[in-house]
Design a protein around this ligand. Structure first.
Ligand SMILES: [Zn+2]
Length: 79
């Protein structure tokens, strides 16, 4: 049994939302190029709130600015 994972690529940066149990989502952000992976301490009850926190985390922690040509939409990555 796998965990549902939502992923959004921000260029080389990755935002992941992982369903940990029903109605709970944790956020993992990573820099694929540098091999940095960080899990945010907060757990979110709503998927949309977790996605927003993941995008914000990528922008804030990696000093990233979203651009239409490098940042894709959210994908259902794994179920
Ligand atoms: Zn972005």
């Amino acid at each position: 049994m796998g965990n549902e994972i939502w992923r959004r690529f921000h260029g080389d940066l990755i935002a992941d939302v992982v369903a940990t149990w029903p109605s709970a989502y944790k956020v993992v952000i990573s820099d694929a190029r540098l091999g940095i992976i960080r899990e945010l301490p907060k757990v979110y009850a709503r998927l949309e709130a977790a996605k927003a926190a993941a995008d914000e985390g990528v922008r804030r922690r990696f000093s990233h600015k979203c651009r239409m040509d490098s940042c894709d939409g959210w994908l259902l990555w794994s179920v």
